[in-house]
Design a protein. Structure first.
Length: 203
């Protein structure tokens, strides 16, 4: 019925036939959406107490349909190339502190919101790099930032332990602290890429 209405409009180019086609198309879209929602909701309800079964069910239902859609993202990781679309972000300015003057643009911090798929690829790359760096002992043993199981607390514990041990041995200690404003903006990308290449991370 929908196809017949479409063919009729394409043949006549009548505004009335177009309106009729749009009405049928809207009804078809609504009915299809409702049917899909009911179908997937029934699958969720059937596995509500078994997350493993739920994942398995949706994997079997969706994977064949979305495999082709996932290929660009997988090839992005394999080729080491990030498409321009994945670099597009929505930047939202947030006031650094509630007490600051909201009329002064310097009191705002730009927050970049990337797409969900871009973040997913970033997480996948991070996981692979973390495993590679850990297995090859490429990280400094005292590095606490950006490492699983490490935090500012572990860094403070390590420093405290070193100072306590030095004091117990009647040794002097010198502590040098460096705090960079907008630290990520100070990264030398050529040096970063060169360092990664030395570690075996290329292309």
């Amino acid at each position: 019925m929908l196809r017949a209405a479409e063919r009729k409009w394409r043949k006549s180019r009548s505004p009335d036939d177009l309106a009729s086609y749009h009405t049928l198309l809207a009804a078809f879209t609504a009915a299809t959406t409702s049917a899909k929602t009911s179908f997937f909701q029934s699958k969720i309800d059937a596995c509500v107490s078994n997350p493993r079964k739920l994942f398995s069910t949706f994997s079997s239902l969706l994977l064949p349909a979305i495999s082709a859609e996932l290929l660009p993202y997988l090839s992005s990781i394999i080729c080491g190339h990030v498409p321009a679309a994945f670099k597009t972000a929505r930047v939202t300015p947030l006031l650094k502190k509630p007490s600051l003057d909201p009329s002064d643009v310097r009191n705002y911090r730009p927050v970049s919101l990337l797409s969900f798929l871009s973040k997913t690829i970033g997480r996948a790359v991070l996981n692979q790099l973390s495993v590679f760096l850990h297995q090859n002992n490429l990280l400094d043993p005292h590095q606490s930032g950006f490492r699983t199981g490490h935090s500012t607390e572990t860094a403070l514990l390590a420093v405290t332990e070193a100072l306590t041990t030095a004091r117990a041995s009647s040794l002097s200690s010198v502590l040098i602290l460096l705090d960079l404003s907008a630290a990520f903006n100070t990264v030398n990308h050529k040096l970063l890429i060169s360092t990664l290449a030395e570690m075996g991370i290329i292309n």
